[in-house]
Design a protein around this ligand. Structure first.
Ligand SMILES: [Zn+2]
Length: 161
């Protein structure tokens, strides 16, 4: 799955979040896709939990249900406003960087967690890795991909998606 396809997948799972994103692709290797997916799930958790209550209220039969439905819809639009808008998602100096606008403190906490976890996850395959700067660019790679990079001059995080 390439970076645009991965973005499309996230857009389907987390539409409220991804429609605000100012970037339309995720600029990291496939080994970090799960980190990004988990980040989006955390950022959207409250929104998705509340949204899941709506189908049961699609045809309100009492005034109470009608009011509840309106309240949920109002709360959802408030939550949507507070979702961060990604301005860049990339690898820098070997680790994940997520830049955004509008996010609240909780959003930035989730982003910190995601960025920190990238220090120990191979950007190519998602297995445990370490920061490796012995051969070219600094990258977090697992043992296998450190060896591969050493022996293959055309090695790329983005090859063989
Ligand atoms: Zn690897």
């Amino acid at each position: 799955m390439d970076q645009e396809q991965f973005f499309e997948e996230l857009a389907k799972k987390y539409p409220a979040l991804m429609k605000k994103s100012l970037v339309k692709y995720i600029g990291v290797g496939p080994g970090w896709y799960k980190i990004i997916d988990d980040l989006c799930a955390n950022l959207c958790a409250k929104y998705l939990e509340l949204e899941a209550k709506l189908p049961a209220l699609s045809k309100p039969t009492t005034i109470e249900e009608e009011i509840l439905k309106k309240e949920i819809e109002q709360e959802l639009s408030k939550l949507e406003e507070n979702l961060p808008a990604f301005t860049d998602i990339k690898e820098k100096f070997g680790t994940l960087r997520v830049y955004c606008m509008y996010g609240d403190d909780t959003a930035y906490d989730f982003i910190d967690i995601a960025e920190n976890s990238s220090r120990a996850i191979c950007e190519k395959c998602g297995r445990p890795g370490i920061l490796d700067d012995t051969h070219g660019w600094t990258k977090v790679l697992c043992e296998l991909h450190r060896k591969e990079r050493k022996s293959d001059p055309t090695f790329s995080i983005y090859k063989d998606f």
